[in-house]
Design a protein around this ligand. Structure first.
Ligand SMILES: Nc1ncnc2c1ncn2[C@@H]1O[C@H](COP(=O)(O)OP(=O)(O)O)[C@@H](O)[C@H]1O
Ligand SMILES: [Mg+2]
Length: 287
């Protein structure tokens, strides 16, 4: 992934998104880790007309890329993640992982929520092993993988502690270790830092950035924190109020991919955040 400093005067590269247009990809491009192609999701309700949650979503995420989706509450961000994880099906269009259509829950996706969902009666190590227990993986390999991921999340000294003995930030790191232990192709993060205090949040963003980039996993982060999106992402997709559409795509060519705290302090990062503020305001007014 290219995180080199761009010499251009513009803080970001902006690509206006025409309404629901699926642009054909050149044949030479590598298969995206995740692709949405003209995806619309409607939910049935008590009225005759079904409720449209998201409409005409088309985007690709390259292997190893870190993409964030920002947008107002209720614009369909969680719906996007659910369709990626195969927990929900698109009404129209296609969601694909590594070129294969998603037809249900599958082993390619790791899903992490705001709540760590660690089992309180299991040690941190046994929590990380938990996700592997449903797989045909022997005990020894399970242990080896869990210890490796705990080390990557800098929790090796806490393997035998229980969740209640850890801080909120450490618990989220343990949850990330558990997610990465299944070796997913794509990690989905739904507001994983939103329940934490401001300083823990910054430290955890940095910790996650390091761990995720060291693992090379493709990542889709949902957040309503614009600074967080700019600090952590290679690219940001901005969604409008419902029905959720992608109204803007922002390529961030900023340094400090592994250090969101340093990145946030850059003038170009601040310009990007200011631009997103404007852009979301416009998106709200259009809806
Ligand atoms: N299973 C469902 N049935 C009916 N409506 C739903 C369902 N899931 C989500 N919605 C609606 O779809 C819209 C988008 O929801 P969601 O994806 O959770 O938004 P966000 O995560 O951006 O806040 C909301 O209006 C929500 O009420
Ligand atoms: Mg949500």
């Amino acid at each position: 992934m290219n995180a080199a400093v761009s010499q251009s005067a513009s803080p970001v590269e902006l690509k206006p998104r025409p309404e629901a247009q699926a642009v054909p990809e050149p044949q030479t491009k590598a298969t995206p880790a995740l692709s949405f192609d003209g995806v619309t999701k409607r939910f049935a309700n008590r009225t005759a007309t079904p409720f449209t949650a998201v409409e005409g979503l088309s985007f690709d995420i390259a292997p190893g890329e870190f993409v964030s989706i920002v947008g107002p509450s209720g614009c369909g961000k969680s719906t996007v993640l659910n369709m990626t994880a195969g927990l929900d099906r698109p009404t129209e269009g296609r969601v694909a992982l590594n070129g294969e259509a998603v037809t249900g829950p599958n082993v390619h996706v790791g899903f992490m929520l705001q709540k760590d969902l660690l089992l309180p009666w299991r040690s941190i190590l046994r929590n990380v092993e938990f996700g592997l227990e449903a797989r045909p993986i022997g005990k020894a390999e399970r242990r080896e993988r869990a210890l490796r991921e705990l080390a990557r999340c800098r929790l090796q000294d806490f393997a035998h502690h229980y969740p209640f003995q850890l801080s909120g930030g450490m618990r989220q790191r343990a949850a990330l270790a558990r997610t990465l232990a299944i070796q997913p192709d794509v990690v989905l993060l739904d507001e994983p830092f939103s329940a934490l205090d401001a300083q823990t949040k910054l430290l955890l963003q940095r910790s996650f950035a390091r761990t995720i980039h060291a693992s090379g996993v493709t990542t889709l982060l949902i957040t309503h924190d614009l600074s967080e999106a700019v600090a952590m992402s290679d690219r940001i997709l901005v969604m409008s109020e419902r029905p959720g559409r992608i109204v803007e795509e922002m390529d961030l060519d900023l340094p400090h991919r592994d250090d969101p705290i340093a990145r946030q302090a850059l003038p170009r990062a601040r310009e990007a955040i200011a631009h997103l503020f404007q852009s979301l305001h416009l998106a709200e007014r259009e809806a």
